[in-house]
Design a binder for this molecule. Structure first.
Ligand code: PLP
Length: 368
């Protein structure tokens, strides 16, 4: 059987893309905040329902800049989740700060906001939480804690493109939110990402940090980096903006098929999206509980044998990485939920063009 991957990238029509390429070729403007880039920034404000968008060449550089832009005291502690992609804690560490890992909630698998306060010390400066699989964090509780202890809040919304909570864009919560536009994400610019934020005072700072700190020809204001998105990728982004809703629509059908077939299987738990939240349709995670006949790893192997490539997101947890596991705080923390779930979660193939035949095969494997 031909390989079935966990996702398939959204690809723009070559005819439409060619129109952009001709524009770019005739302008001879390939990067450095060109017209495609600026048009995409403007359009994303509407799509994400946010007041400010700053595009980046990838989500990791965007997140590095988000942490940098908040001027957190060097060496201070940032409370975060161990159930995420490596980029999240690494962006804290690369900024000379210390990630402090807090356990997660069993359903949404986001940071357990009820436990955050127990990790706060006089040295805590911020919370970096992740809307993992598009499940929103407990933004209200996190906001209350941040106000009480005067902490900054950064959200990693790499998985939550277009997600809204009660009609409000998820990128408007906290001080800064990062979205990733990597090829594997629902909406992509091949590689890319953006920051969204409410505070207009951050516009200049983030612009500078993304552009080597250069504000104008003879004025360098910050210790910046090169985080610019080029015109070709912005063009892909403009075209993919026309396509992502149709892809989400197709994924609603895939989701309905999985929900219908898998909810009846003993030992498989399907995490529930809260009612007031729009789904980004980025991932379809299932939890393989103890009363399922085989383990998550055995199931993963069975799928692999027949060329169905599921993903053990997020195994290992960040607290298992060589660079974090020996930290005393990691050794002492109660991380029982994450240490349980990291062995149980499996992300199933999830994209619009999965056929009924493919879905039937996947569900049959799970039933057997
Ligand atoms: C949760 C999370 N954070 C950050 C990133 C990094 O984004 P990028 O690949 O665009 O650098 C990713 C994935 O790619 C991710 O899944």
């Amino acid at each position: 059987m031909e390989k079935i991957f966990v996702t398939q990238p959204l690809l723009p029509s070559l005819t439409e893309l060619d129109i952009h390429l001709k524009d770019i070729w005739s302008s001879k403007w390939l990067t450095n905040m060109g017209s495609k880039h600026n048009e995409l920034e403007t359009k994303l404000k509407d799509v994400l329902k946010v007041p400010n968008v700053s595009l980046f060449n990838n989500g990791t550089i965007a997140l590095l800049v988000a942490v940098k832009a908040l001027d957190l005291p060097y060496g201070s502690e940032v409370i975060t989740t161990p159930f995420t992609f490596a980029a999240t804690p690494h962006c804290i560490t690369w900024n000379g700060l210390k990630p402090v890992f807090c356990d997660i909630e069993p359903n949404t698998m986001t940071i357990d906001a009820e436990k955050i306060e127990s990790f706060i010390t006089p040295n805590t400066s911020a919370i970096l939480a992740v809307h993992v699989y598009g499940f929103p964090c407990n933004v209200e509780k996190i906001d209350k804690i941040a106000k009480k202890y005067n902490l900054k809040v950064i959200y990693d919304a790499a998985h939550a493109f277009s997600t809204e909570i009660n009609g409000r864009g998820i990128g408007t919560f906290g001080d800064i939110t990062m979205f990733s536009f990597h090829a594997t994400k629902l909406y992509n610019t091949i590689e890319g990402g953006c920051l969204t934020f409410n505070d207009p005072n951050l516009v200049r700072k983030i612009y500078n940090l993304r552009n080597f700190g250069i504000q104008s020809e003879e004025l360098v204001e910050e210790v910046g980096i090169n985080g610019k998105l080029n015109e070709l990728q912005a063009a892909v982004g403009l075209e993919n903006l026309k396509l992502y809703k149709a892809e989400q629509e197709k994924r609603t059908k895939v989701k309905a098929f999985y929900d219908e077939n898998l909810s009846k299987i003993k030992g498989i738990r399907i995490p529930k999206m809260p009612e007031n939240v729009t789904n980004s349709y980025q991932y379809y995670p299932i939890v393989i509980e103890e009363d399922y006949p085989i383990s998550r790893n055995e199931l993963y192997d069975k799928f692999k044998e027949i060329n169905i490539l599921t993903r053990k997101y997020f195994y290992p947890a960040c607290t298992d990485y060589e660079c974090y596991k020996n930290d005393l705080a990691v050794k002492l923390a109660d991380l029982s939920v994450v240490n349980d779930l990291k062995h149980k979660v499996l992300c199933l193939p999830y994209y619009g063009d999965l056929t009924i035949d493919m879905l039937n095969i996947i569900c049959e494997v799970l039933k057997k």
